[in-house]
Design a binder for this molecule. Sequence first.
Ligand SMILES: Cc1cc2nc3c(=O)[nH]c(=O)nc-3n(C[C@H](O)[C@H](O)[C@H](O)COP(=O)(O)OP(=O)(O)OC[C@H]3O[C@@H](n4cnc5c(N)ncnc54)[C@H](O)[C@@H]3O)c2cc1C
Ligand SMILES: NC(=O)c1ccc[n+]([C@@H]2O[C@H](COP(=O)([O-])OP(=O)(O)OC[C@H]3O[C@@H](n4cnc5c(N)ncnc54)[C@H](O)[C@@H]3O)[C@@H](O)[C@H]2O)c1
Length: 484
Amino acid sequence: MPTYDAIVIGAGAVGENVADRAVQGGLSTVIVEAELVGGECSYWACMPSKVLLRSAAVLETARALPGAAEAITGSLDVAAVLERRTSFTHDWKDDSQVEWLEGANIDLVRGHAVFTGPRTLRVTASDGTVTELEARHSVAVVTGSVPLLPETPGLAEAQPWTSREATSARSIPASLAIIGGGVVAAEMATAYTSLGARVTLISRGSLLSKQEPFAGEAVTDALRKAGADVRLGTSVDRVSPAGGESPAAHTLHLSDGTTVTAEKILVATGRTPRTGDLGLEALGLGLEAGGWLKTDDSLRVLSGDGSPIDWLYAAGDVTGRALLTHQGKYQARIAGDAMAARALGKPVDTAPWGVHSATADHAAVPQVTFTSPEVASVGLTAHEAEQRGIRTRVIDYDLAGVAGASVHSDGYAGTARAIVDEDRHVLVGVTFVGSDVGELLHSATIAVAGEVTIERLWHAVPSYPTISEVWLRLLETYGRPVAE
Ligand SMILES: Cc1cc2nc3c(=O)[nH]c(=O)nc-3n(C[C@H](O)[C@H](O)[C@H](O)COP(=O)(O)OP(=O)(O)OC[C@H]3O[C@@H](n4cnc5c(N)ncnc54)[C@H](O)[C@@H]3O)c2cc1C
Ligand SMILES: NC(=O)c1ccc[n+]([C@@H]2O[C@H](COP(=O)([O-])OP(=O)(O)OC[C@H]3O[C@@H](n4cnc5c(N)ncnc54)[C@H](O)[C@@H]3O)[C@@H](O)[C@H]2O)c1
């Protein structure tokens, strides 16, 4: 049986990084992949979705700029956008990522992995070939997540799209009904409206409800202005064939008594961990098939009794810690380093903010939602800070009042919010809403993760005239520091 120091199950962006750090730490490592090396982010999530959004965002900015606006003589070239998307996904082929694995000294076994015992796995390839693998030290489960489909009567029969079909479509449907009000729903509603589909978004709550309320409100207003039908506080009771002249269309019957007819339905109601078919439950460790893999901050999986399993690690979506590529890769760096350090008897630093502790997962998770306007946030919302019992002050500033924003484009609209922990005089959360604010976010992430005091932030001088001058405006709104 081939034996390695470490086995990584899942070669998405996160698994690749776990394996890379394990190899760099001195462990012989094999990675197992059932589909494409590169995972969801490269082929059906981050990259294709952002490419689908980008051209229209640039066009919108140009339209708000005298001089540039006059040069626009046509409309969005949908075929060119789809072609650029396909080039980013390498037409759903993973040769370049396989080449990267080879360069990083990571062995690859293709197929679906199932645990046969502690540290042993059986991998079955699509042609039926079986490979048994054994790990001397550790196994990392990095199997990601899959879309969660609600059990709405008639929905499965309508063969709805998930994010996979929405990001890989070769043509744009005339009409698209999107069920959900989270990030996927908001981004895909923005993209498909710009690409010419008649979009109806149906959300049982508000839009982007995990963010500051003004974020979802701004995106809702913008989507409506762009022509989308956004129905909030409504759910889908059942789906039926539309009949009539367009047999391929579907009718969605909503809880408010209205109906929506659409050629395609996109379900964007969240994700569920890919742990149902791994044989984890047979290990006798109290792990549940289909459940999230809870971990400690060095990414060791916690057994049913809450104690860490010394040989079993997990990172990325499958942990449910933060379903974001960059945060999963942060966990991956820590998991791979911790696996290597423990295997080789080297020191392990699991103190908060230590080398082997994914502390930022609790305090400073950044996220950019690439809607129009963009929503960029890190750390806590005002509501979350209050729930954690932090004594806060909320500072808001209208981005339209910042010189750099008015240079960016005419009629620039946006909002910035900073949440100050009044006891520690540090920021615990920041949100920006506005065109191109995504590139501003890392300044806020550094302030929050670095726990930079308000007094010191006055010495971080933003350049004039950039949108980042909002930092100075937020400080002025908070109040000048005084010498004691
Ligand atoms: C539409 C959409 C847009 C997104 N946009 C962004 C974005 O802009 N920015 C961002 O940060 N995040 C974004 N995300 C989230 C991001 O895609 C995920 O957080 C990220 O892909 C998780 O990476 P992962 O490696 O944990 O899982 P995955 O990428 O899902 O990789 C897991 C891999 O494991 C393999 N696998 C599973 N089970 C087995 C098994 N038993 N044996 C062998 N192999 C197995 C799978 O085939 C897969 O390749 C988006 C998500 C969606 C749905
Ligand atoms: N730009 C980015 O960073 C980006 C982009 C897309 C996705 N993602 C990540 O991917 C993950 C998945 O995104 P998502 O939008 O699918 O999930 P989400 O958790 O953001 O939103 C799920 C939405 O579905 C609704 N919902 C849940 N069950 C429902 C039901 N039965 N009926 C009707 N509505 C229901 C929820 O109320 C919520 O509005 C997110 O956690 C996000 O972090 C990130």
